[in-house]
Design a protein around this ligand. Sequence first.
Ligand code: BG6
Ligand code: MG
Length: 212
Amino acid sequence: MDVKAVIFDLDGVICFTDKFHYRAWKALADRLGIYFDEKINDRLRGVSRMASLEIILERSDKEYTQEEKEAFAEEKNNTYRELLKTMSPADLTDEVKNTLVELRNRGYKLGIGSSSKNTKFILERIGLGDFFDAIADGTDITHSKPDPEVFLIAAKKLGMEPTDCAVVEDAKAGIEAAKAGNMTALALFGDAKGCGLEDYDLKSFSDLLNIL
Ligand code: BG6
Ligand code: MG
């Protein structure tokens, strides 16, 4: 595969924070009496906090004001941040760590392209605060995945052309974003794998070392 840089999604790819997103949304949905399950949660992968809330509220028969919605999003984020505080470098698996180090040794530029506004906090918690060559996250963008904006910003920060970049994603929305941005799309877990738009399905994170 002829790429010079790899841009990683964060939640559900570098670490298991996708599970924390689910638990925090589930707590809010339960409090509001709204049905929510793992399958609905798959649709939240890669999309912004407010867009995620709108998907959850599809199951509600009540109409909420913008102010109420903002309070719900903040409530979810507070629950989520409490869960993030429990994370430490022990939450970065050896497989992910060793693969990242080996990719760097092979000369690849490594970046993050995440819709999350908590990206830097999470990277610090798991001991990767200074690791990546570039980070594009929810604080840099106006459109979340499937818009390619976050990946295009990451490529630019890496000094790369989009066609030189491969993206690793667990979200179908992220695979769509990578393809819309003219990048190679590698699917790992989630609803990305087998979605039909990806260039390659990764068997595991370390499978990157076989194809790059
Ligand atoms: C993405 C997650 O990485 O970040 C989404 O896959 C989430 O589920 C989005 O909604 C925004 O995250 P945050 O941390 O800014 O609420
Ligand atoms: Mg993800």
